[in-house]
Design a protein around this ligand. Structure first.
Ligand code: SDX
Length: 427
């Protein structure tokens, strides 16, 4: 196996070291490229560029493999809890019983919001999107918790504060948007149960946490917890590399996730399915439009930069969908439309040729609908799930001796040098 790649420019050879990953991925180390050759590499959307070495998550897009710290996602979805998986991602190992009890106690201790933060909600317009509220509220946490995190213990406390409070922030935003009294977290529930309680408890009809729904929410957040160097995680690493505080860094991740091509897709899928239903659109016409280069419609929830086969998370979410809907005797017509869309697309040569399959967002919204989460909160649900991944990636980035501030180069294609023209001489 070669140790070097050889680059020949104008007849001169340059040796560039090859890096081998644990699972056989290979990279050409170009950290010395500009110094050696005067050239930079060019890869506008980083599709062929590794930004870091990481030990957190491994994906194999061709085989549909996803593992957190080496453990397959299928096993974690079946046996683990979101809190345990969050610990695994951040600390690199599964917690023992004592550690698990300790973090659950801390998650409860840190679940309340500073009362002054509640006034923030009053100043957002009633129709403000929950993702805008969440990124603002998370950024504001620095103002309320300004202590400098310089020892492991307080870092853990900071991580748990974030993971706990985003859940309270999201539920509070929902209650306030509906004009309902906010419900404070209760130590009587698990992490997921507490979220459901804060969302759906009300003085008139006390909410009873359904264990199957609680399990579904655990699985939902486990599946969203991390995903290598996706758009929002890359944003977290870039912002964190400038040594911005962790709250501002995570707020940047929330903002990056909001985009409809990224975490915002779960909301867009439901919008697409509702449109098909309400306008009685033919599935064949929708597929035809998705293939038409002359319009920018895309089949939302389909395709992925890395997965060129079925997203392993989508498989699990789809099974959950069936379980939750049948258990609650819900007959959601949007599921029938989604199943027909998937079947038609997967048998179409365009989608086959481009290896376009359902990704996690294709069915995730149907599970959230069945739980009773409003559509405009779907990406917030993604963000709560992804938080431990962002924290783990931020921590790994800040501890990596090879990583300096992120600062890509460019190829300039603008005007060559030109002089200033006084306004009276301009055309
Ligand atoms: C997430 O990176 C991650 O890991 C993200 C994520 C995570 O957990 O963090 O997995 C979460 O963001 C999932 C993706 C959610 N987004 C969507 O579902 C939006 C719809 N999907 C597409 O916009 C697209 O597939 C992306 C954005 C997901 C991927 O974009 P790429 O990798 O840049 O691929 P591309 O746009 O270059 O597409 C390649 C070809 C193109 O055709 P050609 O120009 O080669 O002829 O496939 C076509 C595209 O037109 N294509 C689609 C399509 N997705 C790609 N055509 C129709 N419908 C689609 N959904």
């Amino acid at each position: 196996m070669s140790k070097y790649a050889v680059l020949v420019i104008d007849g001169k050879e340059y040796k560039l070291p090859i890096i081998n990953g644990v699972e056989g991925e290979k990279a050409i180390d170009i950290t010395s490229l500009r110094k050696k050759t005067g050239y930079i590499a060019f890869d506008p959307s980083f599709a062929n560029t590794g930004s870091c070495k990481s030990s957190i998550t491994y994906m194999n897009g061709e085989k549909g493999i996803l593992r957190y710290r080496g453990i397959p996602i299928e096993q974690l979805a079946k046996h683990s809890s979101f809190v345990e998986t969050a610990y695994l991602l951040i600390k690199g190992k599964l917690p023992n019983n004592e550690e698990l009890i300790r973090i659950n106690v801390l998650l409860n201790d840190l679940s309340m919001l500073h009362e002054d933060m509640k006034t923030f909600y009053q100043n957002f317009p009633s129709k403000a999107h929950p993702m805008g509220i969440l990124s603002a509220m998370v950024n504001a946490l620095r103002s309320f918790y300004p202590e400098i995190v310089d020892i492991e213990e307080s870092l853990d406390r900071t991580f748990l504060r974030l993971i706990s409070k985003v859940r309270t922030m999201a539920a509070m935003a929902y209650k306030i948007s509906r004009g309902h009294a906010t419900i404070y977290p209760s130590p009587d529930y698990s992490y997921c149960g507490n979220f459901l309680y804060m969302m759906f408890e009300n003085p008139v009809i006390p909410y009873k946490v359904d264990p199957d729904i609680e399990k579904a929410l655990n699985v939902f957040w486990i599946l969203h917890a991390d995903h290598e160097q996706n758009c929002s995680t890359a944003a977290v690493r870039v912002v964190g590399s400038g040594k911005a505080n962790i709250y501002a860094t995570i707020s940047a991740g929330i903002s990056a996730l909001w985009g409809p091509l990224h975490g915002g897709a779960n909301q867009e899928v439901i919008t697409m399915l509702k449109k098909i239903k309400n306008q009685n659109l033919k599935i064949s016409d929708v597929i035809k439009k998705a293939k038409d280069k002359n319009n920018n419609f895309r089949l939302m929830g389909f395709g992925h930069r890395v997965y060129k086969t079925y997203d392993p998370r989508a498989k699990i979410i789809k099974q959950m969908c069936d379980l939750i809907l049948s258990k609650n005797k819900i007959n959601d017509p949007l599921l029938d439309i989604a199943l027909e869309l998937e079947e038609t697309a997967l048998s179409d040569s365009y989608f086959q040729a481009k290896n376009l399959y359902p990704n996690i967002d294709f069915y995730s919204g149907l599970v959230l609908r069945a739980i009773g989460i409003p559509t405009n909160m779907f990406t917030v649900m993604f963000a709560i799930g992804r938080l431990p991944g962002w924290v783990a990636q931020w921590r790994e980035n800040s501890l990596d001796p090879d990583i300096r501030i992120s600062r890509p180069r460019q190829i300039y294609m603008g005007n060559s040098t030109s002089d200033y023209i006084p306004i009276k001489e301009r055309p």
